[in-house]
Design a protein around this ligand. Structure first.
Ligand SMILES: CC(C)(COP(=O)(O)OP(=O)(O)OC[C@H]1O[C@@H](n2cnc3c(N)ncnc32)[C@H](O)[C@@H]1OP(=O)(O)O)[C@@H](O)C(=O)NCCC(=O)NCCS
Length: 181
């Protein structure tokens, strides 16, 4: 994700209530706004996260780098915590960009909970949350070989941006007002 795209948005923007989510086997997870008191758990989540630097060099490797990265990304946007019986197992973020009403989207799930449909569900919910804010479009960049990411984004309604398909990092977007998405 592009660090240059970070801008400040009101800290109160975003969903208020926890949202229950089910994986493909019916196990219940919760998505809720990330709270300041989650910071230690979030650092622990990224310390455990494997493989490090899996997605465009993120998450960074090592406590100091993770802390610097979090200081940067948490400064703006809407951040969601994914919980499994109280344990923080995921972090999704909607970060304002320099393009008006366009937010950058990124998601990181703990390796223990991948591949069971959760990422796709969270992408869908994040889009719904963005729709309730003054966001018209979501944008992201992803390495095309990251098949679970690309597939989960496509299933949630993201589409490739023309002209980026053969790049080392493809760009995807979702028009939040396109009912066909
Ligand atoms: C990317 C990520 C959020 C996806 O979430 P997930 O819960 O693992 O994904 P889902 O279970 O929803 O699966 C999405 C789709 O990808 C498919 N998929 C998984 N692995 C695949 C592979 N190697 N090749 C092709 N498709 C694959 C799944 O089958 C599923 O499609 P289906 O439901 O039609 O079968 C998660 O894997 C993750 O956090 N990865 C590490 C961090 C990362 O890469 N983040 C993205 C930053 S750009």
């Amino acid at each position: 994700m592009g660090a240059a795209a970070m801008l400040i948005s009101p800290p109160c923007s975003g969903p208020a209530d926890p949202i229950p989510l089910h994986d493909k086997e019916g196990r219940v997870f919760t998505v809720r706004p990330l709270l300041p008191e989650d910071r230690e758990a979030l650092e622990g989540f990224y310390a455990d996260f494997e493989p490090k630097r899996a997605a465009q060099g993120l998450p960074p490797e090592g406590g100091p780098r993770v802390r610097r990265w979090l200081d940067n990304v948490l400064r703006s946007g809407t951040h969601l915590a994914v919980l499994d019986a109280g344990r923080l197992v995921g972090h999704a973020m909607l970060i304002p960009t320099e393009r008006e009403h366009v937010s950058e989207y990124a998601i990181f799930l703990h390796q223990d909970v991948r591949g069971r449909g959760l990422g796709t569900e969270i992408n869908r919910r994040s889009a719904e949350i963005a729709r309730t804010m003054a966001v018209d479009r979501l944008w992201l960049s992803v390495e095309p070989h990251n098949r679970p990411a690309v597939r989960s984004y496509e299933k949630a309604g993201f589409r490739f941006r023309p002209g980026t398909i053969y790049s080392p990092e493809v760009e995807m977007e979702m028009d939040l007002h396109d009912t066909a998405a």
